[in-house]
Design a protein around this ligand. Structure first.
Ligand SMILES: Cc1ncc(COP(=O)(O)O)c(C=O)c1O
Length: 393
C-alpha cells in the first residue's frame, strides 16, 4: 500500500477532490514532494506562513524550547517564559488597550473565547455579525458565520445572532443596547477579500461606543503584516475592544489568541476559570510565535508587502483576470467564472504552482504567498499562470 492509498483509506476527507500534494521537504517559498517535484507556494498554508516554510530563526526558537521543556501545566497556572515573551512581544505591537493576551490553539477557539468574553463582560445576549463572514468552524464560530448553506446542516446553533451587510451603514441600527458584541473580519476573507469602504469601520466603532457593545475584530487572516501593516485595523483608524489572531502568529505552528484590555480580561477570572485550555500557550508553539512577531517587527516585510502588491498588480495582467482584490499580499485574482477559476488552480498545481480558492466566492483565486517571496519567484509564478490563462479552455 502506498502512502497515498492509506491517505484515502484512513483520513477523513474534507472534500471530493483534495489537492493531494505529498510534501517531503519545504523551505522558504517552496515545497518539494516525495517524487522530487518542486512547488512554488503562493498560498502559505492559507496565510499561515508569513516567513515562509521553516525560517531558520523559527527552527532555532523551536529547538531551543524543545531542549528546555514542553507542556508543563494548563495555561495560566505557571509562569512560562515563552508565554510571557509572546504576550510581551504582542503588547509591543498593539495599542495599549489590547495589551492583555490569552493564547489558544486555533483561530476558531479565539473566536469562541472572544464571544464568551463579550457576553460575560456586558451581560448582554445578542451578537451582531456580517453576512458572508467566516470566523471558524466550531459551533460558536458557525453561529456567526454569514453563509447559510454551510451552517444549516448543523442547526440548531447558538441563538441571538443578527446579521448585517458588510459595508452598509444603514444596517448598523441593528447594534443596540442588547448587543454584547459586533464581530467583523477587518477585511472579509471568504467573501472574496472585501475591504471596508470609506469610513465604515469607524462608523461601526462609533455605534458600538454609543450602545456599549464591544467591537471584536477578527484579524486571523489579515494580521501580522499581510496587508502592509502589522494589523489590518491600522489602515482604517479604529481599535477594537477585542482582537482575535491566529494563523500567521504561529509562524507555521497551531495557535490562536485574543487580545483585550485589562478591564475586559478580568471578567474571565470570576467565576474562576471562565475560559481554560490545556494546550493553549504551548511553550514550543509560543516560543516560535514570539520569534515570528520579533522577526516581523524587525523586518520591513509589511512595507514590502505593499511593494509586492504593486508589482503583482502591474504584472499580473490578462483579459481573463477581471480584477485583483485585496491589499498587500492578501490578494485574489477574480476570474470570469468558477470553471475558469477551478481550471487555473488545478492546472497551476500540475505545473508546480500552488494556488487555492476562497470559501464563498467561486470566481476568486487566492494569492497569499509567504511575505518573504522574492520578485524572481513572482515572475516565475506569473509565467506559468499566464501560460495557463493563454491555453484554449
Ligand atoms: C478570518 C478567519 N477567522 C477564523 C478562522 C479560523 O481559524 P482556524 O482555522 O485556525 O480555526 C479563519 C481561518 O481560515 C479565518 O480566515
Amino acid at each position: 500500500m502506498s502512502l497515498r492509498d492509506d491517505y484515502f483509506r484512513y483520513q477523513i476527507p474534507t472534500g471530493p477532490e483534495p489537492m493531494g500534494v505529498e510534501p517531503a521537504y519545504a523551505r522558504g517559498s517552496w515545497i518539494y514532494d516525495r517524487h522530487g517535484k518542486a512547488y512554488l507556494d503562493l498560498v502559505a498554508g492559507v496565510s499561515a506562513l508569513p516567513l515562509g516554510h521553516r525560517h531558520p530563526a523559527l527552527i532555532e526558537a523551536a529547538r531551543r524550547q524543545l531542549d528546555r521543556y514542553w507542556h508543563t501545566m494548563v495555561y495560566g497556572e505557571f509562569v512560562q517564559e515563552p508565554q510571557v515573551e509572546l504576550a510581551r512581544e504582542m503588547a509591543a505591537v498593539l495599542p495599549a488597550r489590547l495589551s492583555k493576551m490569552y493564547p489558544v490553539n486555533s483561530g476558531t477557539e479565539a473566536t469562541e473565547a472572544a464571544l464568551k468574553t463579550a457576553k460575560k463582560f456586558t451581560g448582554r445576549p445578542k451578537v451582531v455579525a456580517a453576512r458572508l463572514a467566516y470566523h471558524g468552524n466550531t459551533q460558536g464560530s458557525l453561529s456567526v458565520m454569514g453563509y447559510e448553506a454551510r451552517k444549516r446542516p448543523f442547526a440548531p446553533l447558538i441563538p441571538g445572532v443578527e446579521f448585517i451587510r458588510f459595508n452598509r451603514s444603514e444596517d448598523l441600527e441593528h447594534i443596540d443596547r442588547r448587543t454584547a458584541a459586533v464581530i467583523l473580519e477587518t477585511i472579509q476573507g471568504g467573501a472574496g477579500f472585501v475591504e471596508p469602504e470609506n469610513d465604515y469601520l469607524q462608523q461601526v466603532r462609533k455605534r458600538c461606543d454609543e450602545t456599549g457593545a464591544l467591537l471584536i475584530l477578527d484579524e486571523i487572516q489579515t494580521g501580522f503584516a499581510r496587508t502592509g501593516r502589522m494589523f489590518g485595523f491600522e489602515h482604517y483608524g479604529v481599535v477594537p475592544d477585542i482582537l482575535i489572531t491566529g494563523k500567521a502568529l504561529g509562524g507555521g505552528f497551531p495557535i490562536g489568541a485574543f487580545h483585550t484590555s485589562d478591564e475586559i480580561a478580568r471578567t474571565l477570572t470570576e467565576p474562576p476559570m471562565s475560559h481554560i485550555t490545556t494546550f493553549g500557550g504551548h511553550p514550543v508553539v509560543n516560543a516560535v510565535a514570539a520569534e515570528t512577531v520579533r522577526q516581523l517587527q524587525k523586518s520591513d516585510l509589511a512595507r514590502k508587502a505593499l511593494e509586492k502588491e504593486r508589482y503583482i498588480r502591474q504584472t499580473f495582467k490578462h483579459p481573463l483576470i477581471e480584477e485583483i482584490r485585496g491589499r498587500g499580499l492578501m490578494l485574489a485574482l477574480m476570474m470570469p467564472d468558477k470553471r475558469r477559476a477551478d481550471r487555473l488552480v488545478r492546472r497551476a498545481l500540475e505545473r508546480g504552482v500552488i494556488l487555492f480558492w476562497l470559501l464563498y466566492e467561486p470566481r476568486a483565486v487566492r494569492l497569499t504567498p509567504p511575505l518573504t517571496i522574492g520578485r524572481r519567484e513572482l515572475d516565475y509564478a506569473w509565467e506559468i499562470i499566464r501560460d495557463i490563462l493563454d491555453e484554449p479552455a
